[in-house]
Design a protein around this ligand. Structure first.
Ligand code: FAD
Ligand code: NAI
Length: 477
């Protein structure tokens, strides 16, 4: 074996968790290397992991393209914009998405060069430990052996398949397949009405598919605020997404040209439905294949997550794990912030991630976003709270925009008025939620938000009015 190339910090995985951890470690003065195996056309590396390649970024690119198409078809006319017959070139849309992804891949490679992070393209696998240093082998075109005192595992997650129905990405699609359909299927089935199902279902529904979503649970979007979930279900149904709750899938048969799903509906009655394509989006599972966990005794839990404490420490000395491969929400910003915190802990600083203020955003139309606790959680916990909400329908900017769906709600402690949560559905709430996150981080009260000047006319005035609503003193309703 050739002598190992020596580093202070080795990061395995170049998704949002790993690449950000590597940059922060390098900023803190550590000799840092990142190993990632994602490959794009021509065998080129494709840094950014699931998020950049088949997740956050391409899904948002397609959501934007399909929303533009929907606007052109449905709302341009009321602005006086007259267009002839509308058509969609799916190939051009996909090429644009790939370009956006490529720009992000290249951007991360540039950031590595700028921050002097050494990059190794290939699969990294624990080889052993010599003294205080871990050794990791990299396979791939340029095999290497690396060593470091500190290792950060950021190997991410992969889609969960329905038992007995493997993904073929022809008829039965995972997230990668759902982002790459070369034409618009007439009948699209989606199993799982969660985040991916709703975002991908929305894309293809806007482009003309008849979309049926089969969700196992009897409640829709159970993690969201009840009023938000109710409004979302109403809007999505109105748009034409057929959402079947309480569906127990009993069989999936893949034919040459279609795929047939048998299920029992909420009443227990047997149903059969056929689709041209089926997206299965029933959650994701942690990915540690090929990492060599066994070789060094890295502990995994019963579900395959790398065991990690609140500080992201594993059972092995100086080995940390972050992002989708450990407990907690599978979100890019959660992975990033864990990566930053771990790099800072390695440097002896007090890296910190506040799990109470991690925002959730679903990029459908209307968008859905929340941070903190929901009313139903607070009721369960027996917390005395006050809630106030304000509709976009009473906001001038929303009317001018032509999108008055939804509302923003604050929940605040009844005694102290400290904000406990912000829940929103409507235009651009993906951006508006940041105000709630900042407010909660600073321990703000609803009165604080109510007393802050918000520019007029902006959607952010809805945020302020929702804060005023907590004290029953809205001005514009
Ligand atoms: P990953 O992004 O999965 O990256 C892990 C990387 O490590 C991959 O490149 C993998 O190939 C590599 N790897 C694994 N093992 C090895 C090894 N042994 N050696 C070398 N490399 C290895 N989250 C959001 O916050 N917002 C969104 O809008 C959003 N949209 C999404 C849309 C879709 C369709 C999907 C599927 C996910 C979405 N997510 C979103 C979730 C987000 O993508 C993940 O939470 C995030 O990517 C997790 O980051 P990570 O760094 O932990 O892992
Ligand atoms: P999810 O957990 O959001 O939703 C899965 C849904 O499938 C749930 O509603 C679940 O009840 C249902 N389900 C599970 N088994 C089923 C079965 N056998 N039959 C029918 N329904 C079943 O998972 P999803 O959508 O796969 O996404 C994975 C993760 O990726 C998300 O949890 C999220 O962390 C991340 N993500 C984040 C996005 C964002 O932040 N905007 C966008 C897309 C994904």
């Amino acid at each position: 074996m050739a002598d190992a190339q020596s580093f202070d910090v080795l990061v395995v995985g170049g998704g949002p968790g790993g690449y950000v951890a590597a940059i922060r470690a390098a900023q803190l003065g550590f000799a840092t290397a990142c190993i990632d195996d994602w490959t794009r056309g021509g065998g080129k590396p494709a840094l950014g992991g699931t998020c950049t390649n088949v997740g956050c970024i391409p899904s948002k690119a397609l959501l934007q393209s399909s929303e533009n198409y929907a606007h052109a078809g449905h709302s341009f006319a009321e602005h006086g914009i007259e267009i002839g017959k509308l058509s969609m070139n799916v190939g051009t849309m996909l090429a644009r998405k790939d370009k956006v992804v490529g720009q992000n891949n290249d951007g991360i490679a540039y950031l590595f060069r700028k921050n002097k992070v050494a990059f190794f393209h290939g699969r990294g696998s624990f080889a052993g430990r010599a003294g205080e240093r871990w050794t990791i082998g990299v396979d791939g075109a340029r095999a290497a052996t690396l060593s470091a005192r500190h290792v950060i595992i950021a190997t991410g997650s992969v889609p969960r398949a329905l038992p007995g129905t493997p993904f073929d990405n022809v008829r039965v699609l995972d997230n990668a397949g759902a982002l790459a359909m070369a034409d618009v299927p007439k009948r699209l089935g989606v199993i799982g009405a969660g985040v991916i199902g709703l975002e991908m279902g929305s894309v293809w529904r806007r482009l003309g598919s008849e979309v049926t979503m089969l969700e196992a649970l009897p409640t829709f979007l159970g993690a969201a605020d009840e009023a938000v979930a109710k409004e979302a279900l109403k809007q999505f149904t109105k748009q034409g997404l057929a959402i079947v709750l309480g569906a127990a899938i009993s069989a999936v048969r893949v034919g040459k040209d279609d795929v047939t799903v048998d299920y029992n509906d909420a009443k227990g009655d047997a149903q059969r439905v056929s689709f041209d394509r089926l997206i299965v989006s029933i959650g994701r599972v942690p990915f540690t294949t090929g990492l060599g966990a066994d070789k060094v005794g890295l502990a995994l839990d019963a579900r395959g997550f790398v065991e990690a404490d609140a500080q992201c420490r594993t059972n092995l000395p100086n080995v940390f794990a972050i992002g989708d491969v450990v407990r907690g929400p599978m979100l890019a910003h959660k992975a990033e912030d864990e990566g930053i915190a771990v790099a800072e802990r390695i440097a002896g600083q007090h890296g910190h991630v506040d799990f109470n203020t991690i925002p959730w955003v679903i990029y459908t139309s209307p968008e859905i976003a929340w941070v903190g606790r929901t009313e139903q959680q607070l009721r369960q916990e027996g917390v005395d709270y006050r809630a106030g909400s304000f509709p976009f329908a009473a906001n001038g900017r929303a009317r001018a925009l032509g999108d008055t769906t939804g509302f923003i709600k604050f929940v605040a402690d009844a005694k102290t008025d400290r904000i406990l949560g912000m829940h929103a559905i409507g235009p651009w709430v993906s951006e508006l939620i940041a105000e709630g996150v900042v407010a909660m981080e600073f321990g703000a009260s609803s009165e604080d938000i109510a007393r802050i000047v918000h520019a007029h006319p902006t959607l952010s005035e809805v945020t302020r009015e929702a804060a005023l609503a907590v004290d029953r003193r809205t001005l514009n309703l």
